[in-house]
Ligand binder design. Structure first.
Ligand SMILES: [Zn+2]
Length: 113
């Protein structure tokens, strides 16, 4: 079974303009239930590392990074290349991020040409 995670989208609260990344039923700030999803554009790599001991179904080695987007939305995600701190990245093509029973597909972050 594949779980489709909208990895390239974040959410903005229509009441208080708070922003967050993972799907939530309510705004964590004002508890409003009205939020809009929007597509994350370009982000800056804050820090990156390569993980060799990965969970089942996840590639090894696995390059991951903490990436900050506009409005301080910061996420941890797989990187599609050797991007490092200070690099500008954006979401690439959708791929299988985790294979097997708990399969997850989404886009990795790749450096701009
Ligand atoms: Zn809110």
């Amino acid at each position: 079974m594949t779980r489709n995670v909208p990895t390239d989208h974040a959410f903005v609260c229509e009441s208080c303009d708070n922003r967050w990344y993972y799907t939530r039923e309510r705004c964590p700030e004002c508890r409003s239930t009205t939020a809009d999803a929007y597509r994350l554009q370009q982000g800056e790599v804050v820090t990156a590392t390569t993980v060799h001991a990965t969970p089942p179904g996840v590639r090894s080695p696995n390059r991951i990074g903490m990436v900050r987007f506009e409005h301080d939305v910061t996420i941890v995600a797989q990187l599609g290349d050797d991007s490092a701190a200070g690099d500008t990245v954006q979401f690439g093509a959708v791929e299988v991020l985790r294979d097997g029973d708990r399969s997850v597909s989404g886009a990795r972050l790749v450096g701009l040409e």
